[in-house]
Design a protein around this ligand. Structure first.
Ligand code: S3P
Ligand code: PEP
Length: 440
C-alpha cells in the first residue's frame, strides 16, 4: 500500500490504538538497495535490481547515478540499470538529498572522475554530518578535495591509483564502505586499514557481500581492520533481489509487541547480514512473544516488557524503534556504545532524550549511551518534534499508539527517507492517523 495521497509536508496526529492485527510484507532493504544500485552502475552491462526500495534515499541514488551517465529505468517494482563501469561522467553536481550512505558511497567513487561536486538540499541534516574522515583518506590517495570544513558542499577530483590507505571507522562505517566500492576499479587496488574503534561492522559486511555478488574479489580480516581489494577488477552485471528491511520492520515489530493483537511480518529472511535483525532477539529478551516460521515473524503483543542493557552498535538503525519498547518496559534500559547516533539525521541521543522527556519520561544520556526508564502511561495530548528524522518519527508514532490521548508529530513527511509506506502499514494493522498539511 502506498501513501501517494499524503501532502508534501505534513504533521501526523497519531491516535491511541487498542490493538494491532494483520500481516504486512517488509519493505525492501534500504542498505541493500543503495548498494545494489551503485554496484549495478559500476558494471558495464545491464542489471535488474528486483524489488528496489522506493524511498527518498533510493530515489536520490537513482538520480545521482543517472546524472553520472547510468541508464536508469523503473520497471514495476524493479530498477533496471545500465552501468557506466569505471567512468562516471565528469563535471557533474550531484544532490544526494538527505541520504548519508548515498552521499558517502558516491564521494568515494567520485575519485574516478575529473571532478564531481556534492551539494544537499538538506543543509540542516546531511549538510551538518561529517565527511572529513573520508575526504582525508581520498586526499591521502592523491585526490583533490575541497569542502566546507569537512562538510558539504564538497568537490572531489581524481584520478587516484590506489595503494595502502588508512580510514577512520570510528564515526561511521560508510567511509570505509565508500572506499571498498572504489578500490576494485583502481589500477593498484586498495589496502584499507580501518583505524579507531570500528563502528557498524554489519554494514561493512553487507558491502563485502555486495562486492562478492557482483563478482569482485576482496579479502578482509576477521575484525575488519584490514580489507584488501585487488585492483583492475570489473563489476559483473546480472540480476539481484533486494531482501526485506530489518531497520524499518523493527518499528513494526516493536509496535506489535506494545499492543494487544497478533501481527505477522513476512519477507524477513533468517540468515541476513543486517545488524538490525538483532531487534528480534532484543524484543524477545524484553519479554515479547515472537515466533519465526521461515521468513515470517509473528508477534503476539500487549504483554509486559522488562528493561535490558545492550550494546546498540550492532543494530544502530533499530535503537530508536527499540527505545519505544524501553519507554514502556519495567525498569531502566540502556543502549551502550551508540555515540555514532549523534551523527545521524539528528542527534539521536540528545534529541531523543528531549522528545521522551517532553512525553513525561525519565531519560539520561552520556557521550555514548542513552538510558530510558519505562513508564506504564504516556499521557499524550502533546506536539512532538520529528527532528526531520525518519527514525525519530517511527519512535514517536509507536509511543502515540500507546498514549492515552492523541499525539502530534511535526514534519512527518521525513518518514519517506527510508519507509514511505510506514503509516500505511500501520493503518493496515488497524492504527488510525490524521495527516495535516503544513505549508511553507
Ligand atoms: O552502510 C550503510 O548503508 C549504513 C550504515 C550505518 O551508518 P554508520 O556506519 O554511519 O553507523 C547506518 O546507520 C546507515 O543507515 C546505513
Ligand atoms: C542514518 C541513516 O541513514 P544514512 O546514514 O544513510 O543517512 C538511517 O537510515 O537511519
Amino acid at each position: 500500500m502506498s501513501q501517494a495521497g499524503l501532502p508534501e509536508q505534513f504533521d501526523v496526529i497519531v491516535h491511541p490504538a487498542r490493538e494491532l492485527r494483520g500481516e504486512v510484507r517488509a519493505q525492501p532493504s534500504k542498505n541493500y538497495t543503495t548498494r545494489y544500485l551503485l554496484a549495478a552502475a559500476l558494471t558495464s552491462g545491464e542489471t535488474r535490481v528486483v524489488g528496489a526500495a522506493t524511498s527518498d534515499d533510493a530515489a536520490a541514488m537513482l538520480r545521482c547515478l543517472r546524472e553520472w551517465g547510468a541508464g536508469v529505468e523503473r520497471v514495476g517494482d524493479d530498477a533496471v540499470i545500465r552501468g557506466f563501469g569505471a567512468r562516471p561522467r565528469a563535471g557533474m553536481t550531484l544532490n544526494p538529498g538527505n541520504a548519508g550512505a548515498v552521499a558517502r558511497f558516491l564521494m568515494g567513487v567520485a575519485a574516478l572522475t575529473d571532478g564531481t561536486t556534492f551539494v544537499t538540499d538538506h543543509p540542516d541534516s546531511l549538510g551538518r554530518r561529517p565527511q572529513g574522515d573520508l575526504l582525508d583518506a581520498l586526499e591521502r590517495l592523491g585526490a583533490r578535495v575541497s569542502s566546507q570544513a569537512g562538510r558539504l558542499p564538497v568537490t572531489i577530483s581524481g584520478p587516484v591509483r590506489g595503494g595502502v590507505v588508512e580510514v577512520s571507522a570510528e564515526r561511521s562505517s560508510q567511509y570505509a564502505s565508500a572506499l571498498m566500492f572504489l578500490g576494485p576499479l583502481l589500477p593498484e587496488g586498495l589496502d584499507l586499514r580501518l583505524t579507531g574503534q570500528i563502528k557498524s561492522h554489519a554494514p561493512l559486511r553487507q558491502t563485502l557481500e555486495t562486492l562478492e555478488t557482483f563478482g569482485i574479489q576482496a579479502r578482509a580480516c576477521e575484525d575488519l581492520s584490514r580489507i584488501h581489494l585487488p585492483g583492475g577488477q570489473t563489476y559483473r552485471p546480472g540480476r539481484v533481489t533486494v531482501p526485506g528491511d530489518y531497520p524499518g520492520s523493527a518499528a513494526i515489530l516493536t509496535a506489535a509487541a506494545l499492543l494487544p493483537g497478533e501481527v505477522r511480518v513476512s519477507n524477513l529472511r533468517e540468515h541476513d547480514l543486517q545488524g538490525e535483525r538483532e531487534a528480534v532477539a532484543v524484543l524477545r529478551e524484553m519479554g515479547a512473544e515472537i515466533v519465526r516460521e521461515g521468513d515470517t515473524l509473528t508477534v503476539r503483543g500487549g504483554g509486559p516488557l522488562r528493561a535490558v542493557t545492550r550494546d546498540g552498535d550492532g543494530f544502530t538503525d533499530a535503537v530508536q524503534a527499540l527505545s519505544a519498547a524501553a519507554a514502556l518496559a519495567q525498569g531502566e534500559t540502556t543502549w551502550e556504545n551508540v555515540a555514532t547516533l549523534r551523527l545521524k539525521e539528528c542527534d539521536r541521543i540528545s534529541d531523543t532524550r528531549a522528545e521522551l522527556q517532553r512525553l513525561g519520561l525519565e531519560v539520561r544520556e552520556t557521550d555514548d549511551s542513552l538510558s530510558i526508564t519505562g513508564t506504564s502511561t504516556i499521557a499524550g495530548n502533546v506536539t512532538a518534534d520529528g527532528h526531520g528524522d525518519h527514525r525519530m518519527i517511527m519512535l514517536l508514532t509507536l509511543l502515540g499508539l500507546r498514549a492515552a490521548a492523541p499525539l502530534r508529530i511535526t514534519g512527518a513527511e521525513h518518514i519517506r527517507k527510508s519507509y514511505p509506506a510506514f503509516f500505511a502499514h500501520l493503518q493496515a494493522l488497524g492504527a488510525r492517523f490524521e495527516f495535516e498539511e503544513r505549508r511553507g
